[in-house]
Design a protein around this ligand. Structure first.
Ligand SMILES: Cc1cc2nc3c(=O)[nH]c(=O)nc-3n(C[C@H](O)[C@H](O)[C@H](O)COP(=O)(O)OP(=O)(O)OC[C@H]3O[C@@H](n4cnc5c(N)ncnc54)[C@H](O)[C@@H]3O)c2cc1C
Length: 443
Protein backbone atom coordinates (compact mmCIF):
# COMPACT_ATOMS: atom_id res chain seq x y z
CA UNK A 1 0.00 0.00 0.00
CA UNK A 2 1.38 3.42 -0.97
CA UNK A 3 0.02 6.56 0.69
CA UNK A 4 -0.66 9.62 -1.52
CA UNK A 5 2.44 11.66 -2.22
CA UNK A 6 2.87 15.03 -0.60
CA UNK A 7 3.68 16.56 -4.02
CA UNK A 8 3.65 20.18 -5.09
CA UNK A 9 0.60 19.79 -7.34
CA UNK A 10 2.63 19.79 -10.57
CA UNK A 11 0.75 18.03 -13.36
CA UNK A 12 3.54 17.75 -15.92
CA UNK A 13 3.19 14.57 -17.92
CA UNK A 14 6.74 13.33 -17.37
CA UNK A 15 6.44 13.86 -13.61
CA UNK A 16 3.26 11.82 -13.62
CA UNK A 17 4.92 9.08 -15.64
CA UNK A 18 7.88 8.96 -13.23
CA UNK A 19 5.57 8.89 -10.21
CA UNK A 20 3.42 6.25 -11.85
CA UNK A 21 6.44 4.00 -12.44
CA UNK A 22 7.64 4.60 -8.88
CA UNK A 23 4.25 3.82 -7.35
CA UNK A 24 4.02 0.68 -9.49
CA UNK A 25 7.29 -0.43 -7.90
CA UNK A 26 5.48 -0.57 -4.56
CA UNK A 27 2.27 -2.26 -5.81
CA UNK A 28 1.16 -5.52 -4.18
CA UNK A 29 3.49 -5.16 -1.22
CA UNK A 30 0.62 -5.81 1.20
CA UNK A 31 1.00 -9.36 -0.11
CA UNK A 32 4.71 -9.11 -0.85
CA UNK A 33 8.11 -8.32 0.65
CA UNK A 34 10.05 -5.06 1.05
CA UNK A 35 13.83 -5.59 1.10
CA UNK A 36 15.90 -2.67 2.41
CA UNK A 37 19.52 -2.54 1.24
CA UNK A 38 20.90 -3.81 -2.08
CA UNK A 39 24.21 -5.31 -1.00
CA UNK A 40 24.75 -9.07 -1.46
CA UNK A 41 22.20 -9.97 1.27
CA UNK A 42 19.41 -7.76 -0.10
CA UNK A 43 19.96 -8.60 -3.76
CA UNK A 44 20.18 -12.33 -2.97
CA UNK A 45 16.92 -12.10 -0.98
CA UNK A 46 15.19 -10.14 -3.75
CA UNK A 47 16.36 -12.55 -6.45
CA UNK A 48 15.26 -15.57 -4.39
CA UNK A 49 11.81 -14.06 -3.69
CA UNK A 50 11.27 -13.12 -7.32
CA UNK A 51 12.24 -16.64 -8.38
CA UNK A 52 9.60 -17.95 -5.96
CA UNK A 53 6.99 -15.69 -7.59
CA UNK A 54 6.54 -13.41 -4.55
CA UNK A 55 6.07 -9.67 -5.25
CA UNK A 56 9.26 -8.01 -4.01
CA UNK A 57 10.67 -4.50 -4.02
CA UNK A 58 14.31 -3.86 -3.22
CA UNK A 59 15.26 -0.32 -2.17
CA UNK A 60 18.67 1.26 -1.55
CA UNK A 61 19.60 4.77 -0.52
CA UNK A 62 22.42 4.84 -3.08
CA UNK A 63 22.35 4.65 -6.87
CA UNK A 64 24.29 1.82 -8.49
CA UNK A 65 27.05 1.13 -9.31
CA UNK A 66 28.27 2.35 -5.92
CA UNK A 67 31.58 1.97 -4.09
CA UNK A 68 31.83 -0.35 -1.07
CA UNK A 69 34.73 -0.80 1.35
CA UNK A 70 35.76 -4.46 1.01
CA UNK A 71 38.62 -6.84 0.27
CA UNK A 72 36.70 -7.83 -2.88
CA UNK A 73 37.31 -11.56 -2.24
CA UNK A 74 34.54 -14.05 -3.07
CA UNK A 75 34.90 -17.50 -1.51
CA UNK A 76 33.93 -20.81 -3.15
CA UNK A 77 30.99 -21.10 -0.75
CA UNK A 78 29.78 -17.66 -1.88
CA UNK A 79 30.13 -18.82 -5.50
CA UNK A 80 27.96 -21.82 -4.62
CA UNK A 81 25.32 -19.47 -3.15
CA UNK A 82 25.37 -17.38 -6.31
CA UNK A 83 24.96 -20.51 -8.42
CA UNK A 84 21.86 -21.45 -6.38
CA UNK A 85 20.42 -18.06 -7.35
CA UNK A 86 21.17 -18.71 -11.02
CA UNK A 87 23.91 -16.05 -11.04
CA UNK A 88 27.24 -16.78 -12.67
CA UNK A 89 30.36 -14.62 -12.38
CA UNK A 90 31.71 -16.37 -15.49
CA UNK A 91 31.67 -13.24 -17.65
CA UNK A 92 34.22 -11.64 -15.28
CA UNK A 93 36.31 -14.77 -14.91
CA UNK A 94 39.40 -13.93 -16.97
CA UNK A 95 40.22 -11.31 -14.34
CA UNK A 96 38.62 -12.83 -11.28
CA UNK A 97 39.31 -16.59 -11.06
CA UNK A 98 41.81 -17.45 -8.33
CA UNK A 99 42.82 -21.13 -8.43
CA UNK A 100 45.57 -20.62 -5.79
CA UNK A 101 46.17 -18.65 -2.65
CA UNK A 102 49.04 -18.33 -0.17
CA UNK A 103 48.79 -18.62 3.61
CA UNK A 104 51.70 -17.17 5.57
CA UNK A 105 52.06 -18.41 9.17
CA UNK A 106 53.04 -16.27 12.18
CA UNK A 107 56.67 -17.47 11.80
CA UNK A 108 56.64 -16.68 8.07
CA UNK A 109 56.11 -20.22 6.70
CA UNK A 110 54.34 -20.05 3.34
CA UNK A 111 51.74 -22.62 2.37
CA UNK A 112 51.12 -22.31 -1.39
CA UNK A 113 47.61 -23.66 -1.47
CA UNK A 114 45.35 -24.76 -4.28
CA UNK A 115 41.63 -24.37 -3.77
CA UNK A 116 40.20 -27.83 -3.12
CA UNK A 117 37.49 -29.13 -5.42
CA UNK A 118 34.10 -28.53 -3.81
CA UNK A 119 31.20 -30.48 -5.18
CA UNK A 120 28.61 -27.96 -6.25
CA UNK A 121 25.04 -29.14 -5.74
CA UNK A 122 23.84 -25.92 -7.39
CA UNK A 123 25.91 -26.72 -10.48
CA UNK A 124 24.54 -30.22 -10.74
CA UNK A 125 27.56 -31.91 -9.15
CA UNK A 126 30.20 -29.93 -11.10
CA UNK A 127 33.06 -28.68 -8.96
CA UNK A 128 34.12 -25.24 -7.79
CA UNK A 129 37.89 -25.12 -7.46
CA UNK A 130 38.70 -21.42 -7.15
CA UNK A 131 38.01 -18.24 -5.24
CA UNK A 132 37.29 -14.97 -7.01
CA UNK A 133 38.14 -11.28 -6.78
CA UNK A 134 35.94 -8.55 -8.16
CA UNK A 135 35.54 -4.90 -7.16
CA UNK A 136 32.38 -4.45 -5.14
CA UNK A 137 30.98 -1.63 -7.27
CA UNK A 138 30.97 -4.12 -10.16
CA UNK A 139 29.86 -7.19 -8.19
CA UNK A 140 27.01 -5.55 -6.26
CA UNK A 141 25.74 -3.87 -9.43
CA UNK A 142 25.78 -7.16 -11.35
CA UNK A 143 23.93 -8.98 -8.56
CA UNK A 144 21.36 -6.17 -8.36
CA UNK A 145 20.79 -6.46 -12.11
CA UNK A 146 20.38 -10.19 -11.69
CA UNK A 147 17.68 -9.59 -9.04
CA UNK A 148 15.95 -7.24 -11.49
CA UNK A 149 16.19 -9.82 -14.28
CA UNK A 150 14.59 -12.38 -11.93
CA UNK A 151 11.58 -10.03 -11.54
CA UNK A 152 12.39 -7.94 -8.43
CA UNK A 153 11.44 -4.26 -8.60
CA UNK A 154 14.36 -2.02 -7.72
CA UNK A 155 14.14 1.54 -6.40
CA UNK A 156 17.50 3.31 -6.06
CA UNK A 157 18.07 6.52 -4.07
CA UNK A 158 15.27 5.37 -1.77
CA UNK A 159 16.13 5.64 1.92
CA UNK A 160 14.61 3.83 4.85
CA UNK A 161 13.49 6.46 7.40
CA UNK A 162 11.49 4.92 10.23
CA UNK A 163 9.27 2.06 11.29
CA UNK A 164 6.23 1.96 13.58
CA UNK A 165 4.01 -0.77 14.92
CA UNK A 166 0.82 -1.16 12.86
CA UNK A 167 -1.61 -3.89 13.90
CA UNK A 168 0.13 -7.24 13.60
CA UNK A 169 2.96 -5.84 11.47
CA UNK A 170 4.96 -2.70 10.72
CA UNK A 171 4.36 0.54 8.86
CA UNK A 172 7.54 1.64 7.08
CA UNK A 173 8.45 5.18 6.09
CA UNK A 174 10.83 5.57 3.13
CA UNK A 175 11.87 8.65 1.21
CA UNK A 176 12.83 9.20 -2.40
CA UNK A 177 14.50 12.59 -2.42
CA UNK A 178 12.11 14.77 -0.41
CA UNK A 179 9.17 12.59 -1.20
CA UNK A 180 7.89 10.33 1.59
CA UNK A 181 6.54 6.85 0.87
CA UNK A 182 4.56 4.85 3.44
CA UNK A 183 4.22 1.08 3.10
CA UNK A 184 2.67 -1.80 5.02
CA UNK A 185 4.39 -4.80 3.44
CA UNK A 186 3.42 -8.35 4.34
CA UNK A 187 7.06 -8.93 5.34
CA UNK A 188 10.27 -6.90 5.53
CA UNK A 189 13.88 -8.01 5.12
CA UNK A 190 16.38 -5.60 6.68
CA UNK A 191 19.64 -5.93 4.73
CA UNK A 192 20.93 -2.40 5.27
CA UNK A 193 24.40 -3.38 6.39
CA UNK A 194 26.60 -3.26 9.48
CA UNK A 195 25.29 0.15 10.64
CA UNK A 196 21.66 -0.86 9.98
CA UNK A 197 19.22 1.79 11.19
CA UNK A 198 16.38 -0.64 10.59
CA UNK A 199 17.94 -3.12 13.04
CA UNK A 200 18.49 -0.34 15.56
CA UNK A 201 14.85 0.78 15.30
CA UNK A 202 13.48 -2.77 15.47
CA UNK A 203 15.63 -3.86 18.40
CA UNK A 204 15.43 -0.55 20.24
CA UNK A 205 19.16 0.11 20.46
CA UNK A 206 22.61 -0.11 18.93
CA UNK A 207 24.42 -3.47 18.83
CA UNK A 208 27.09 -3.60 21.51
CA UNK A 209 29.06 -6.63 20.45
CA UNK A 210 31.36 -5.08 17.84
CA UNK A 211 34.42 -7.23 18.31
CA UNK A 212 36.31 -7.12 15.04
CA UNK A 213 37.39 -4.49 12.58
CA UNK A 214 38.74 -4.62 9.01
CA UNK A 215 40.62 -1.83 7.25
CA UNK A 216 41.65 -1.77 3.62
CA UNK A 217 43.19 0.44 0.92
CA UNK A 218 44.03 0.09 -2.75
CA UNK A 219 47.69 0.20 -3.80
CA UNK A 220 48.77 1.22 -7.30
CA UNK A 221 51.88 1.27 -9.49
CA UNK A 222 52.90 -2.28 -8.57
CA UNK A 223 55.85 -3.54 -10.60
CA UNK A 224 54.06 -6.78 -11.39
CA UNK A 225 50.52 -8.10 -11.04
CA UNK A 226 49.60 -9.84 -7.76
CA UNK A 227 49.41 -13.48 -8.90
CA UNK A 228 47.01 -14.78 -6.23
CA UNK A 229 45.24 -13.93 -2.99
CA UNK A 230 47.42 -14.18 0.12
CA UNK A 231 46.59 -14.27 3.84
CA UNK A 232 49.31 -13.22 6.30
CA UNK A 233 48.90 -14.24 9.94
CA UNK A 234 51.31 -11.60 11.24
CA UNK A 235 51.84 -11.29 14.98
CA UNK A 236 50.63 -7.67 15.12
CA UNK A 237 47.06 -8.65 14.27
CA UNK A 238 46.83 -12.29 15.46
CA UNK A 239 44.43 -14.09 15.61
CA UNK A 240 43.42 -11.88 12.67
CA UNK A 241 45.45 -11.51 9.49
CA UNK A 242 46.54 -9.16 6.75
CA UNK A 243 45.64 -9.77 3.11
CA UNK A 244 46.97 -8.90 -0.34
CA UNK A 245 44.48 -9.47 -3.16
CA UNK A 246 44.84 -8.54 -6.85
CA UNK A 247 42.75 -5.60 -8.09
CA UNK A 248 41.96 -4.32 -11.58
CA UNK A 249 44.96 -2.56 -13.17
CA UNK A 250 44.81 1.09 -14.21
CA UNK A 251 46.94 3.10 -16.66
CA UNK A 252 49.82 3.16 -14.13
CA UNK A 253 49.92 -0.61 -14.03
CA UNK A 254 48.87 -3.37 -11.64
CA UNK A 255 46.94 -2.61 -8.43
CA UNK A 256 46.23 -4.48 -5.20
CA UNK A 257 43.61 -4.51 -2.46
CA UNK A 258 45.46 -4.73 0.87
CA UNK A 259 44.00 -4.84 4.37
CA UNK A 260 44.01 -6.12 7.94
CA UNK A 261 41.32 -7.90 9.97
CA UNK A 262 41.76 -7.80 13.76
CA UNK A 263 40.01 -7.84 17.12
CA UNK A 264 39.25 -4.47 18.72
CA UNK A 265 41.19 -5.64 21.76
CA UNK A 266 44.37 -5.51 19.60
CA UNK A 267 44.10 -1.72 19.61
CA UNK A 268 44.27 -1.43 23.41
CA UNK A 269 46.96 -4.15 23.67
CA UNK A 270 49.23 -2.59 21.05
CA UNK A 271 48.44 1.10 21.62
CA UNK A 272 48.06 1.48 17.84
CA UNK A 273 45.16 3.01 15.93
CA UNK A 274 43.48 0.94 13.17
CA UNK A 275 45.37 2.92 10.50
CA UNK A 276 48.68 2.31 12.31
CA UNK A 277 48.00 -1.44 12.40
CA UNK A 278 47.29 -1.25 8.67
CA UNK A 279 50.54 0.67 8.01
CA UNK A 280 52.59 -1.71 10.16
CA UNK A 281 51.44 -4.51 7.86
CA UNK A 282 51.79 -2.68 4.54
CA UNK A 283 54.83 -0.38 4.92
CA UNK A 284 57.48 -3.14 5.28
CA UNK A 285 56.06 -4.83 2.17
CA UNK A 286 56.25 -1.59 0.16
CA UNK A 287 59.72 -0.77 1.43
CA UNK A 288 61.10 -4.29 0.87
CA UNK A 289 63.59 -4.83 -1.95
CA UNK A 290 61.65 -7.82 -3.21
CA UNK A 291 58.08 -9.04 -3.00
CA UNK A 292 55.01 -8.14 -4.96
CA UNK A 293 54.29 -4.80 -3.20
CA UNK A 294 57.81 -3.32 -3.40
CA UNK A 295 57.71 0.33 -4.44
CA UNK A 296 53.88 0.47 -4.66
CA UNK A 297 51.94 3.61 -3.69
CA UNK A 298 48.87 4.02 -1.54
CA UNK A 299 46.02 5.01 -3.86
CA UNK A 300 43.36 5.53 -1.18
CA UNK A 301 43.48 6.23 2.55
CA UNK A 302 42.88 3.12 4.64
CA UNK A 303 39.18 2.77 5.45
CA UNK A 304 37.19 0.21 7.35
CA UNK A 305 34.30 -0.65 9.60
CA UNK A 306 33.35 -3.30 12.21
CA UNK A 307 32.68 -6.89 11.27
CA UNK A 308 30.20 -8.82 13.39
CA UNK A 309 30.72 -12.59 13.50
CA UNK A 310 27.67 -14.83 13.56
CA UNK A 311 26.20 -15.58 16.97
CA UNK A 312 23.10 -17.81 17.10
CA UNK A 313 21.89 -16.08 20.29
CA UNK A 314 21.19 -12.82 18.47
CA UNK A 315 17.54 -11.99 17.74
CA UNK A 316 16.78 -11.88 14.01
CA UNK A 317 12.96 -11.82 13.83
CA UNK A 318 10.86 -8.85 14.93
CA UNK A 319 7.25 -9.68 14.11
CA UNK A 320 7.12 -9.68 10.28
CA UNK A 321 10.62 -8.20 9.88
CA UNK A 322 13.79 -10.32 9.46
CA UNK A 323 17.43 -9.25 9.63
CA UNK A 324 19.89 -10.53 6.98
CA UNK A 325 23.56 -10.05 6.07
CA UNK A 326 25.67 -7.62 8.08
CA UNK A 327 22.49 -6.19 9.63
CA UNK A 328 22.04 -9.63 11.25
CA UNK A 329 25.76 -10.10 12.00
CA UNK A 330 26.59 -13.31 10.13
CA UNK A 331 30.30 -13.06 9.25
CA UNK A 332 32.73 -15.96 9.60
CA UNK A 333 34.68 -15.21 12.82
CA UNK A 334 37.91 -16.74 11.47
CA UNK A 335 38.13 -14.94 8.14
CA UNK A 336 35.71 -12.01 8.48
CA UNK A 337 34.15 -13.22 5.23
CA UNK A 338 30.73 -11.61 5.01
CA UNK A 339 29.60 -11.94 1.39
CA UNK A 340 28.95 -15.71 1.38
CA UNK A 341 27.04 -15.64 4.70
CA UNK A 342 25.13 -12.52 3.55
CA UNK A 343 23.98 -14.35 0.43
CA UNK A 344 23.00 -17.44 2.48
CA UNK A 345 21.08 -15.41 5.06
CA UNK A 346 19.36 -13.47 2.26
CA UNK A 347 18.24 -16.73 0.64
CA UNK A 348 16.98 -18.21 3.91
CA UNK A 349 15.19 -15.01 4.96
CA UNK A 350 13.56 -14.93 1.51
CA UNK A 351 12.38 -18.54 1.84
CA UNK A 352 10.88 -17.80 5.29
CA UNK A 353 9.22 -14.58 4.08
CA UNK A 354 7.80 -16.38 1.04
CA UNK A 355 6.20 -19.03 3.29
CA UNK A 356 4.83 -16.34 5.60
CA UNK A 357 3.31 -14.29 2.77
CA UNK A 358 1.18 -17.33 1.90
CA UNK A 359 0.33 -18.63 5.37
CA UNK A 360 0.62 -15.53 7.64
CA UNK A 361 1.82 -17.94 10.31
CA UNK A 362 4.52 -16.31 12.51
CA UNK A 363 6.00 -19.79 12.97
CA UNK A 364 7.11 -19.65 9.34
CA UNK A 365 9.27 -16.63 10.10
CA UNK A 366 10.60 -18.10 13.34
CA UNK A 367 12.10 -21.01 11.41
CA UNK A 368 14.54 -18.60 9.75
CA UNK A 369 16.99 -18.25 12.69
CA UNK A 370 16.94 -22.03 13.18
CA UNK A 371 17.71 -22.67 9.51
CA UNK A 372 20.46 -20.07 9.62
CA UNK A 373 21.93 -21.75 12.67
CA UNK A 374 21.91 -25.12 10.89
CA UNK A 375 23.89 -23.50 8.07
CA UNK A 376 26.35 -21.22 9.87
CA UNK A 377 26.93 -22.59 13.34
CA UNK A 378 29.42 -25.33 12.47
CA UNK A 379 31.55 -22.80 10.60
CA UNK A 380 31.32 -20.43 13.57
CA UNK A 381 32.41 -23.13 16.02
CA UNK A 382 35.39 -24.21 13.91
CA UNK A 383 36.27 -20.52 13.52
CA UNK A 384 36.28 -19.88 17.26
CA UNK A 385 38.44 -22.94 17.87
CA UNK A 386 40.97 -22.04 15.18
CA UNK A 387 41.10 -18.46 16.50
CA UNK A 388 42.02 -19.92 19.88
CA UNK A 389 44.82 -21.94 18.26
CA UNK A 390 46.13 -18.95 16.36
CA UNK A 391 46.17 -16.87 19.52
CA UNK A 392 47.52 -19.41 21.98
CA UNK A 393 49.22 -22.17 19.96
CA UNK A 394 50.60 -20.40 16.93
CA UNK A 395 53.52 -22.88 16.76
CA UNK A 396 50.99 -25.54 15.74
CA UNK A 397 49.78 -23.31 12.92
CA UNK A 398 53.39 -22.80 11.77
CA UNK A 399 53.89 -26.55 11.69
CA UNK A 400 50.59 -27.15 9.94
CA UNK A 401 51.30 -24.61 7.17
CA UNK A 402 54.80 -26.01 6.69
CA UNK A 403 53.47 -29.56 6.29
CA UNK A 404 50.48 -28.57 4.18
CA UNK A 405 52.79 -26.84 1.69
CA UNK A 406 54.37 -30.15 0.71
CA UNK A 407 51.40 -32.48 1.15
CA UNK A 408 48.47 -31.86 -1.20
CA UNK A 409 46.21 -34.34 0.53
CA UNK A 410 46.70 -32.82 3.96
CA UNK A 411 46.47 -29.36 2.38
CA UNK A 412 43.10 -30.11 0.76
CA UNK A 413 41.66 -31.34 4.01
CA UNK A 414 42.94 -28.39 6.04
CA UNK A 415 41.75 -25.91 3.42
CA UNK A 416 38.27 -27.44 3.35
CA UNK A 417 38.08 -27.15 7.15
CA UNK A 418 39.33 -23.54 7.00
CA UNK A 419 36.68 -22.62 4.45
CA UNK A 420 33.90 -24.30 6.44
CA UNK A 421 33.28 -27.08 3.91
CA UNK A 422 34.41 -29.89 6.26
CA UNK A 423 33.79 -30.15 10.02
CA UNK A 424 36.67 -29.46 12.38
CA UNK A 425 36.84 -33.09 13.52
CA UNK A 426 38.23 -34.01 10.08
CA UNK A 427 41.61 -32.50 11.03
CA UNK A 428 41.52 -33.26 14.74
CA UNK A 429 42.28 -36.92 14.33
CA UNK A 430 45.32 -38.80 15.57
CA UNK A 431 46.15 -39.73 11.96
CA UNK A 432 46.35 -36.06 10.99
CA UNK A 433 48.50 -35.17 14.01
CA UNK A 434 50.84 -37.99 13.08
CA UNK A 435 50.90 -36.66 9.55
CA UNK A 436 51.92 -33.24 10.83
CA UNK A 437 54.80 -34.72 12.85
CA UNK A 438 55.68 -37.64 10.63
CA UNK A 439 55.11 -36.63 7.02
CA UNK A 440 55.70 -40.09 5.54
CA UNK A 441 52.53 -41.46 7.11
CA UNK A 442 49.42 -41.67 4.88
CA UNK A 443 46.14 -40.05 5.94
C1 LIG B 1 37.65 -3.70 5.03
C2 LIG B 1 36.68 -4.83 4.79
C3 LIG B 1 37.01 -5.85 3.92
C4 LIG B 1 36.12 -6.90 3.67
N1 LIG B 1 36.50 -7.87 2.78
C5 LIG B 1 35.65 -8.88 2.52
C6 LIG B 1 36.01 -9.87 1.54
O1 LIG B 1 37.05 -9.78 0.88
N2 LIG B 1 35.15 -10.90 1.34
C7 LIG B 1 33.97 -11.01 2.02
O2 LIG B 1 33.24 -11.98 1.81
N3 LIG B 1 33.58 -10.06 2.93
C8 LIG B 1 34.39 -8.99 3.17
N4 LIG B 1 34.00 -8.01 4.05
C9 LIG B 1 32.64 -8.06 4.61
C10 LIG B 1 31.60 -7.69 3.54
O3 LIG B 1 31.95 -6.47 2.92
C11 LIG B 1 30.20 -7.56 4.14
O4 LIG B 1 29.98 -8.64 5.00
C12 LIG B 1 29.11 -7.56 3.07
O5 LIG B 1 29.18 -6.40 2.29
C13 LIG B 1 27.72 -7.66 3.71
O6 LIG B 1 26.73 -7.51 2.73
P1 LIG B 1 25.31 -6.89 3.12
O7 LIG B 1 24.46 -7.03 1.91
O8 LIG B 1 24.81 -7.44 4.39
O9 LIG B 1 25.58 -5.34 3.43
P2 LIG B 1 26.19 -4.20 2.52
O10 LIG B 1 27.01 -4.76 1.44
O11 LIG B 1 26.80 -3.23 3.47
O12 LIG B 1 24.91 -3.51 1.85
C14 LIG B 1 24.01 -2.74 2.60
C15 LIG B 1 23.24 -1.83 1.66
O13 LIG B 1 22.22 -1.14 2.42
C16 LIG B 1 22.11 0.18 1.94
N5 LIG B 1 21.53 1.00 3.01
C17 LIG B 1 22.09 1.32 4.19
N6 LIG B 1 21.25 2.10 4.90
C18 LIG B 1 20.13 2.27 4.15
C19 LIG B 1 18.91 2.98 4.34
N7 LIG B 1 18.66 3.70 5.46
N8 LIG B 1 17.99 2.94 3.37
C20 LIG B 1 18.21 2.24 2.22
N9 LIG B 1 19.36 1.55 1.98
C21 LIG B 1 20.31 1.56 2.93
C22 LIG B 1 23.55 0.57 1.60
O14 LIG B 1 23.59 1.65 0.67
C23 LIG B 1 24.11 -0.75 1.02
O15 LIG B 1 23.99 -0.79 -0.39
C24 LIG B 1 34.86 -6.95 4.32
C25 LIG B 1 34.51 -5.92 5.21
C26 LIG B 1 35.41 -4.88 5.45
C27 LIG B 1 35.06 -3.79 6.42
Amino acid sequence: MVTPRSGDGSDEANDDAAHGARDAAFDDLDSGVLVVGAGPAGSAAAAALARLGVPVTLVDRRSFPREKICGDGISPLALEGLARLGFDLGRFSTRGDMPRCDFVSPAGRVWRAHYPRLESAARGGATIDHGFVIARHEFDHALLQHARACGARIVERCRYRSIASDGAGWRVELSIGDEPVTLRPAAIIAADGEHSTLRRDLSGGARRDEEWLAVRAYLRSLREPVPQMSFHFTRDVLPGYGWIFPADPDTDGPRANVGVYFRYSRLAQSGHSPKELFRRFVSPLIEATDGVLRGAELETTPQGYPITPYDPRRRLVFRNALLAGDAAGVADPLTGEGIGPAIRSGELAAAAAARFVHTREPADLLRYPLELKDTLNATRRRGLFLLYLLERQSWLVDRLFERADGDRRLADRVFRVLSGDLPLRRIFRPSVFLRIYWPARRL
